[in-house]
Design a binder for this molecule. Sequence first.
Ligand code: GAR
Length: 219
Amino acid sequence: MEKLKLAVLISGRGSNLQALIDACAQSSFPAEIVLVISNKADADGLERAEKAGLQTHHVDHRAFASRADFDARMTTLMEAAGIELVCLAGFMRLLSDEFCNHWRDRMINIHPSLLPSFKGLDVQQAALDAGVRFSGCTVHYVRPEMDSGPIIIQAAVPILTDDTADTLAGRILVEEHKIYPQAVRLIAEQRVRIEEERAIISGMRTVPHSLTNPPISLD
Ligand code: GAR
C-alpha cells in the first residue's frame, strides 16, 4: 500500500517528531516522513531528523519580507516533495490565513491542553491557575484562528496536588507521543472525515468509563 507522505514542521526539541519517526519506522505504519522543516537552525529536532536519514530544510523566517513569503517558501518545498499531510510538531510560528487555507484539511497540529480550553502559550501554568482537575493534549486540523479546528484525538491527564507546570507538561508529553502517531494513522487509513467542522472517525469505539479527580471514596 502507498504510504501517506508527511512533512513535519518544527521549531525546537522535536520529541513529537521523534514519536512520528519511531512510528514510521514500523513497516506496517501507513505513513512516511518525506520532509522536515524547521524555522530555527539550532532546533534539536533537526538532529533527530538527520539521524533518521530524513530530508531537512531550515527555512529562516527572518530572511523573508513577510509571513506570507515565508509560508509560500514552505509550500513550494512541500509541494515539490509531494506532501499529502502537514504535521505541526512544536512549530512556534503563526501561519498566514493563505497557508492555512491552502493546506485546509491537510494540516494537523498537536497542542498540550484539552482544546478549546487553554489556547496559546504557557498552557500548563494556565491549567494549574484555573484549578481544573484534568488537562491533556489534542491533535486537531488547523484553521486560521490559533489552536482551533476539528479535533481528531485527545488524551486526558489528571492534575496532581503537587504538580508544577513542568511535572504536568512531562506527563502530558508522554500522552502526546502516543496520540500524534495515532492521529496520523487514522488519517492515513482514511478513517477521518470532516462534517460541519467536526472530525468524524469511522469505526470509533469509545470505552464509556469516566474518570474522576479526586476519586470518589466511600469512606
Ligand atoms: C509540545 O508539547 C507541543 O504540544 C507544543 O510544543 C511542544 C513541542 O515539543 N505545541 C504547542 O504548544 C503548539 N501550540 P516537541 O518539540 O518536543 O515536540
